[in-house]
Design a protein around this ligand. Structure first.
Ligand SMILES: NC(=O)c1ccc[n+]([C@@H]2O[C@H](COP(=O)([O-])OP(=O)(O)OC[C@H]3O[C@@H](n4cnc5c(N)ncnc54)[C@H](O)[C@@H]3O)[C@@H](O)[C@H]2O)c1
Ligand SMILES: [Zn+2]
Length: 349
């Protein structure tokens, strides 16, 4: 078993082990006095995995119930949270009880948000089952739901008490979602780890998945420990995301997935920064080749002028400027503020 300790305000551990689902109760029991545990999961994941988690919790003395919502980003809203609260109330969940998020990033973000707010906050455990959730969203304590006007606009910082990662669950993850998660994996290599990037180049990601998860989670842990509330360094995790978010918006959040948008955004910003002499020569081509190897996009049909216009409305915008993340070289990055007035010159539009 691999273990990563996260020393945030409220410290917790991430345990990575094949078939750890069947040992959920064993690892949760020492951390809580809870009598009841509600498993939150979606309509794809619950039929495959909920019983295993439930049985393990019950073997360790928990009374359990399962709340299942319709799979997909469109469920990530307050109306689903309200249904969740009703389920918690009807199952007599108290402040000392516990919520278990079993699923992808949508499940983790929502179950985490419900945990942060129900009875002013109760404990929760993350059991991420998508690659994106295993390498990214389950670590760091950001929880949220979407509003009709935009993604992740309502949320809370709420750390889990434990994260259990079972790489075996990736065998049932649809290929498109696996590729999506790889977009974020490549991001970690770009911003912090040339060795990870090189392994992704030389080997096949599927053959190194345990190492990949461990490496990505460790990077995210390091960043989050330094900047739990996302006021500084944590912004580096947004490499590729500013242009990526603009692309998602232009696609009306359909067709292009988040990981694909981040990939295209990362490739585009790196080409531009390399042209400005802000990134070591050859980085953009190397990044493009790696993304292509894993079937990820490196460009878009939208005109740069449209993307730049969409970028001006990005959530991460702080008034008149936007923080962009640039690679100095593969494996190293820096944050640079760019004034929206200078966008024309910078992006050449
Ligand atoms: N909190 C954070 O820090 C953070 C970071 C990145 C992304 N996110 C959020 O994460 C969400 C995206 O996460 P996601 O891509 O995991 O979405 P998701 O939860 O919708 O999962 C993707 C799809 O895969 C299915 N699935 C998941 N695991 C499976 C498995 N093992 N077997 C079969 N099917 C499985 C799901 O049912 C869903 O259909 C977005 O809402 C995004 O905003 C949050
Ligand atoms: Zn992302």
């Amino acid at each position: 078993m691999k273990t990563v300790a996260v020393k945030t305000g409220r410290p917790y551990e991430i345990l990575i082990e094949h078939n750890i689902l069947d040992r959920t109760g064993e690892f949760v029991r020492p951390l809580t006095k809870a009598i009841r545990a509600v498993i939150v999961s979606d309509t794809n994941v619950a039929p495959i995995y909920a019983d295993r988690v439930k049985n393990s919790l019950e073997q360790n003395g928990f009374e359990t119930s399962v709340f299942v919502f319709e799979a997909g980003e469109s469920s990530k809203r307050l109306s689903t949270i309200e249904k969740m609260y009703t389920h918690f109330f009807e199952h007599n969940l108290t402040r000392t009880d516990i919520i278990i998020a079993l699923g992808g990033g949508v499940t983790g973000d929502m179950a985490g948000f419900a945990a942060a707010t129900y009875l002013r906050g109760i404990d929760f455990v993350q059991i991420p089952t998508s690659l994106l959730a295993q390498v990214d969203s389950s670590v760091g304590g950001k929880t949220a739901v979407d509003l009709p006007t935009g993604k992740n606009l309502v949320g809370a910082f709420w750390q889990p008490i434990l994260v259990l990662i079972d790489p075996e669950t990736l065998h049932t993850l649809p290929e498109a979602f696996f590729r999506d998660g790889l977009g974020e994996v490549v991001k970690y290599g770009c911003i912090r780890s040339l060795p990870l990037f090189e392994r992704l180049e030389k080997e096949n990601a599927k053959d190194l998945i345990d190492d990949i998860i461990y490496e990505c989670v460790s990077i995210k842990r390091d960043v989050v420990e330094h900047d739990e509330r996302d006021t500084g360094e944590r912004a580096i995790l947004n490499f590729g995301h500013t242009l990526g978010h603009a692309l998602e918006k232009l696609h009306h959040y359909t067709g292009l997935t988040h990981g694909e948008a981040v990939s295209a955004g990362a490739a585009m910003i790196t080409r531009i920064s390399e042209n400005h002499g802000m990134t070591a020569k050859g980085s953009a081509e190397r990044l493009e080749n790696l993304l292509k190897k894993y079937g990820l996009p490196t460009d878009t049909d939208f005109a740069l002028s449209e993307i730049v216009t969409a970028t001006r409305g990005d959530k991460k915008s702080t008034g008149k400027s936007i923080n962009f993340i640039f690679l100095s070289e593969i494996g190293k990055c820096y944050i640079k503020k760019i004034n929206t007035q200078d966008f024309g010159k910078f992006f050449g539009v």
